[in-house]
Design a protein around this ligand. Structure first.
Ligand SMILES: Nc1ncnc2c1ncn2[C@@H]1O[C@H](COP(=O)(O)OP(=O)(O)O)[C@@H](O)[C@H]1O
Ligand SMILES: [Mg+2]
Length: 259
């Protein structure tokens, strides 16, 4: 079992602007943690610090520690590219590589990491990843067709297949269903249930029903006002967060008083 993700004293900046302040949280391995909160409170910003994607934005940086499987990913000598292999990310809008076949999309990340992949190993990896993403049966007869020919929900599962093909420890998802219809959304939610057997999953969602359906733990972020930093207000077992939260701000948010 991997160790928990430990975030300590994390402050996240865009240039001089402190966007998220003082996050301290432990994220349990092989479980689903949902992050909820009003728009602009820093959910995506926080998520991107968990695989060092944040600092790709010019001027953006983070202070503090994020320990993944016992290693501070902000420690000296850590290669962010390697961190992003261990901690994969799925975005709001499915983003298969437009010129690539379904097969090559699945292999894209794995090929970057390991250029010489024999055909048979590649075939096995494609099948295993597509099965893992609950997509194999739907695409096995058209692996050489473009990824863009798939429906939105299938494209999102293709992106999940591409993410798990590099065998990450953690999968981050930023509103992965917000562009999908209800049936495709349920397919992704079912898939998340399957994936947590093998991966630690952190998912941002603005849909509270979704958070309560898919997650074991839920964290609530909030901001005091525009220009103020976001804070992680409370994190607890999902059932408790939605029935009996400790914090009044959480209570007001989940009961629909704002946001
Ligand atoms: N690329 C960026 N450059 C500068 N500020 C940003 C950038 N992305 C987000 N922000 C700011 O950081 C704060 C948190 O945004 P974000 O993490 O996107 O919130 P959420 O995902 O909760 O809606 C907001 O004030 C937003 O304007
Ligand atoms: Mg966001």
């Amino acid at each position: 079992m991997p160790q928990p993700i430990k975030v300590e004293d994390l402050n996240i900046y865009y240039g001089d602007f402190l966007a998220v302040e003082d996050v301290n949280v432990t994220i349990q391995p092989r479980s689903v943690t949902a992050l909820i909160g009003p728009s602009g409170c820093g959910k995506s910003t926080f998520l991107r610090t968990l695989n060092r994607m944040h600092e790709v934005i010019p001027g953006a940086h983070a202070e503090g520690t994020v320990e993944i499987d016992g290693q501070n990913i902000y420690g000296p000598g850590i290669d962010p590219v390697n961190v992003r292999r261990r901690v994969g990310m799925v975005f709001q809008k499915a983003n298969p590589f437009p010129t690539m076949s379904i097969r090559d999309n699945v292999l894209a990340g794995a090929k970057l990491n390991n250029r010489r992949l024999p055909r048979r190993e590649a075939d096995e990896l494609v099948e295993r990843s597509l099965r893992g993403a609950n997509l194999w049966e739907e695409v096995k007869d058209r692996l050489d067709k473009p990824g863009l020919g798939l429906s939105g929900g299938q494209q999102q599962r293709l992106c999940i297949a591409r993410t798990i093909a590099v065998k990450p420890e953690v999968v981050l998802m930023d509103e992965p269903c917000s562009a999908l219809d209800p049936i495709s959304t349920l397919a992704i939610e079912d898939l998340i249930h399957e994936l947590k057997k093998d991966y630690t999953i952190v998912i941002v969602t603005h849909n509270m029903q979704q958070a309560s359906r898919v997650s074991d733990r839920t964290g609530f972020f909030n901001i005091a006002g525009t220009g103020k930093p976001g804070h992680l207000i409370e994190i607890d077992d999902t059932e408790k967060m939605f029935t009996n939260p400790e914090n009044e701000q959480t209570e007001n948010y989940i009961s629909g008083k704002f946001g």
